[in-house]
Design a protein around this ligand. Structure first.
Ligand code: NBG
Length: 758
């Protein structure tokens, strides 16, 4: 008998699934998932209860088909139907990722939506439907090459265009339509289906036939472009801001559409506007959506409220998460630009500044200064709560970044440590380890990661260790196959897989990793590291297209890779592999195959990190500094079960007062040699700018690569020595079962308890 899916497919395409193309199968399955959850989706939408909107310029959702099938409880059944028809479910790996985000902040938003639906918390995502997501990366001659990411070429079967709920967003020079596309956010075995609503910009007027007929179509086409341009591309920035008008337009477009949408829904309830915060509140994901605050004021005043009445309401509606302390990422907009595009919003901001000046007379606090609006300060002034994303990060916000604000509003500041969803980051990406865990404690951990506690002590069980190794090896074999196909590099699976994957940024110190590889290579050649166990150093990272130094570092790593991989003396000892187009789907394959997780940012710089958590859940020890969530990882698993090295936050602060990188180089001939190789041509290419950035200028070696160098080498060698021993595998297993804190289910519960109170 035909299964439900086969019948459904037949109605769509009038043929059996045996004859289907992957795209047809993908489309049909996605539609079926949506159909299966549609009743719950409608019911969730209809609930007249308090809900929170997660306002974010990024939702890095990746490939949704597997996660949605798992959560809607269809995966096993579909797998069977497909395999009965000789179709491999892995066929959908061809489906493009929806890369509507840059990195951590966007991926976090995606994990949070999934966890909220699972935990039955009414949290809807609001963002932008970029026509092109984060660029596709390839390497040409070792340099990063960027191409447009046409993610829609596989269609968008999970989304529904909701024509009826479009709104108009008003700019001084034009009005544009915001058309919502809704995606169901399906929780794991949950009847709550939240919504991710992404806005697409379109022209108010459609095609002007008359103008075309009069041979005046060009003007029409320009207007058409101007409107659509707003949601054409995701800004490929991470920790930097592109001071561009278009970015400002994007931000305003997103918040205005979202708030109008919310207000319209609220009005249907026929309640007094004072009730608004009892029904709708917002979480601002970094400063990008901060214009929501003055926009809400503007909208309430259009409803007839005065400024102080409006502000009272607005103060109960917003909360703000900070995701980085990098100064260049804390957005500041010139008032002239705001005035040019959205003067009415600027008026509200000015009133807020006035309000602040009246209330906090003797304080050195401001929102507008020198004709520039500081978006973080605006967010802090009005928000009920401000949170950092790891304990140490929140402390840095309180004691440094927002010190003056903290002294006035100590109760606003709270911490919510980041998390990742164990569905995508263990159950789905690591089926063999998942099976092993389930065989010991049942599958309750998928919904409740705390159940991993039941595995305590299992690191003593030799059989378990054996099975753990088998699972890891299967993942390594799969990854090696994939890398051979995509990068044309052959990775022996008996090598240690040492992996650093994250956006390329100087503070994350891929350079430290790279320089230490040169060092290790020299040592091996000199016969000083006879027992070094064969290791492949794997990198995955995109650089913002305009970030020169980051791009130089990519070229450096690729240059080192060629040099080392072609050196016969090193060939059975070390290899280097930089994978192209690192994205969510690649990360899924990498984190479950890693023997060592590189988390080596300069202490104080990485707000939290979430990649570190993904490795941990999959049972990989961290080589890391005491930065971001590494600190909590080391606490949960025990510092002795990770390879912690380097300067601490306090030591960094101390050293920074009077840092001279030469102090670390002069008496260290081996390090000196490594640095010389950057400029003497021995690598086959010269990296003078990298060299200079470490040793010259007014802020040489800003991220203390040289100061942490020795300590890093020590940690690497220690980890290498231990690898493969029972001690090493015990560390892996202890990390895995100690990771419960880093489930995004826990983060969502924290947000709800501390901030949203839904
Ligand atoms: C990133 C931080 C990470 C953090 C994620 C999620 C930005 C601006 N910040 O450390 O660099 O884990 O946010 O909170 O992307």
């Amino acid at each position: 008998m035909k299964s439900y899916f086969e019948a459904f497919f037949d109605t769509l395409y009038s043929k059996p699934i045996k004859e289907a193309t992957t795209k047809e199968l993908y489309n049909a399955l996605s539609k079926l998932v949506v159909k299966k959850v549609s009743k719950d989706w409608e019911e969730t939408k209809g609930l007249q209860k308090k809900r929170c909107g997660y306002l974010s310029a990024e939702f890095l959702i990746g490939r949704m088909i597997y996660a949605n099938m798992l959560n809607a409880d269809m995966l096993d059944e579909v797998k069977k139907i497909l395999s009965d028809n000789n179709i491999d479910i892995n066929a959908f790996e061809e489906v493009e990722d929806a890369a509507l985000g840059n990195g951590g902040l966007g991926r976090l938003a995606a994990c949070y939506l999934e966890s909220a639906a699972t935990e039955k918390v009414l949290l809807d995502g609001y963002g932008l439907r970029y026509r092109y997501g984060l660029f596709k990366q390839s390497f040409v001659d070792g340099f990063q090459n960027e191409e447009a990411d046409d993610w829609l070429k596989w269609g968008d079967p999970f989304s529904k265009r909701v024509e009826d709920e479009k709104v108009i967003v008003h700019f001084k020079d034009m009005d544009v339509l915001a058309i919502p596309y809704d995606m169901p956010v399906i929780g794991y075995h949950s009847n709550i289906v939240n919504t991710l609503r992404l806005w697409q910009s379109e022209p108010l007027k459609g095609f002007d036939f008359k103008a075309f007929d009069d041979m005046k179509g060009e003007k029409n086409a320009i207007e058409d472009y101007k409107a659509k341009e707003i949601t054409y591309v995701l800004y490929p920035n991470d920790n930097t801001i592109e001071g561009k008008k278009l970015r400002l337009r994007q931000e305003y477009f997103m918040v205005s559409a979202s708030l109008q949408d919310m207000l319209r829904r609220f009005k249907k309830l026929n309640l007094n506007l004072n009730e608004l915060p009892n029904y709708y509140i917002w979480q601002l994901n970094d400063t990008h959506p901060t214009l929501a605050i003055p926009e809400m004021l503007r909208l309430l005043r259009l409803e007839g409220l005065d400024f102080s009445e409006s502000l009272k309401i607005v103060k109960k509606m917003f909360n703000f998460t900070n995701h980085t302390i990098m100064a260049e990422a804390l957005e500041v907009w010139p008032t002239s630009m705001l005035n040019e595009l959205i003067p009415d919003v600027l008026k509200e901001i000015k009133l807020l500044q006035e309000d602040l000046s009246n209330n906090l007379k003797n304080k050195d606090l401001f929102i507008i200064k020198d004709e520039r609006v500081n978006m973080a300060y605006l967010a802090i002034y009005v928000s009920s709560y401000v949170n950092g994303v790891a304990a140490i990060h929140t402390e840095i916000l309180k004691n440094n970044t927002f010190k003056e604000w903290y002294s006035v509003y100590p109760n606003k500041f709270v911490n919510v440590t980041n998390g990742v969803t164990p569905r995508r980051w263990l159950a789905l990406n690591n089926p063999d380890l998942s099976k092993l865990i389930t065989s010991k404690i049942g599958d309750g951990w998928i919904k409740n990661l705390e159940e991993l506690d039941k595995l305590k002590g299992i690191e003593e069980d030799d059989n378990f260790i054996k099975e753990f190794i088998t699972a890891r090896n299967i993942n390594k074999i799969k990854l090696a196959d994939y890398i051979l196909k995509h990068e044309n590099i052959d990775l022996p699976v008996n090598f240690i897989f040492d992996i650093q994957i994250k956006r390329l940024h100087e503070y994350k110190r891929q350079l430290l990793n790279a320089l230490s590889i040169i060092y290790l290579a020299n040592e091996i050649k000199n016969g000083n590291l006879k027992d070094f166990k064969p290791t492949v150093f794997i990198f995955g990272a995109k650089s913002a297209p305009g970030y020169y130094m980051a791009k130089q570092i990519i070229k450096l790593i690729n240059t080192i890779a060629i040099k080392i991989n072609n050196d016969k003396e090193l060939n059975n000892k070390i290899k280097v592999c930089f994978v192209q187009n690192y994205n969510v789907s690649y990360a899924e394959k990498l984190v479950c195959a890693a023997d060592l997780s590189e988390q080596i940012s300069m202490a104080g710089m990485e707000a939290s990190g979430t990649g570190n958590m993904k490795f941990m859940i999959n049972g990989t020890p961290t080589i890391g500094t005491l930065d971001g969530a590494n600190v909590e990882i080391a606490n949960e698993a025990g510092r002795e079960n990770n390879y912690i090295f380097g300067l601490t936050v306090t030591e960094v602060e101390q050293l920074k007062k009077n840092y001279n990188p030469n102090d670390y180089v002069e008496n260290n001939l081996k390090l000196k040699k490594v640095l010389e190789s950057l400029i003497d041509g021995s690598l086959g290419y010269k990296f003078k700018d990298i060299y200079d950035s470490l040793l010259k200028g007014n802020d040489p070696d800003r991220y203390l690569v040289l100061a942490d160098f020795n300590s890093y080498i020590e940690a690497r060698i220690k980890a290498n020595n231990e690898y493969g021993t029972k001690e090493y595998y015990k560390k892996c297993i202890i990390n895995m079962y100690s990771s419960k804190k880093f489930s995004s289910d826990r983060s969502i519960k924290d947000y709800n308890k501390l901030i949203w109170k839904i």
